[in-house]
Design a protein. Structure first.
Length: 158
């Protein structure tokens, strides 16, 4: 909800910044680790912490958004977060491409053992999304209120 904002610090550091809207975000991230769903390393930073103001300042002054409009969106999101008191989620950016990209589609077409592992992992992820009521990744069930976003499934060198 509200999206994640990609920002860079120099040439090699890229992060995704997002508002943590409720405890469900924290539980989902921890539960994913427990059941073997690969996720990007994530930190949750409370507004009550000293670290929060340092991170916020760095994002506003030092970070370079990937696209110009991201800066304005990030500034609005940070302002809204101050009003709500929501913590900040900072996720490591993992270089790869969506499963819908060329490499991912080639894995799905080959039909070898690695493809079976991938299908098993996708099935586990669909089950996980059903369990946590996450509608924005897979169009897995009839009647889900969203069509899904298959771009949210990363392919990282199977």
């Amino acid at each position: 909800e509200g999206g994640a904002y990609p920002v860079r610090f120099g040439e090699n550091e890229k992060l995704m910044v997002k508002s943590c809207n409720d405890v469900g975000d924290v539980i989902a991230e921890q539960f994913a680790k427990m059941v073997g769903i690969r996720t990007a390393p994530t930190r949750f930073i409370s507004q009550a912490s000293e670290e929060y103001s340092k991170v916020e300042e760095a994002l506003l002054q030092l970070a370079e958004p990937d696209e110009p409009e991201i800066r304005q969106s990030l500034e609005r999101k940070l302002g809204k977060m101050k009003g709500t008191g929501h913590p900040m989620m900072v996720m490591e950016f993992i270089k790869g491409e969506p499963l819908t990209g060329y490499e991912g589609s080639q894995i799905l077409r080959k039909g070898n053992n690695s493809e079976k592992d991938l299908i098993r992992l996708l099935g586990r992820t669909i089950a996980f999304d059903c369990f946590i009521n996450n509608w924005d990744r897979f169009p897995a069930l009839l009647g889900w209120p969203r069509k899904g976003n298959l771009e949210n499934i990363g392919f990282f060198g199977w």
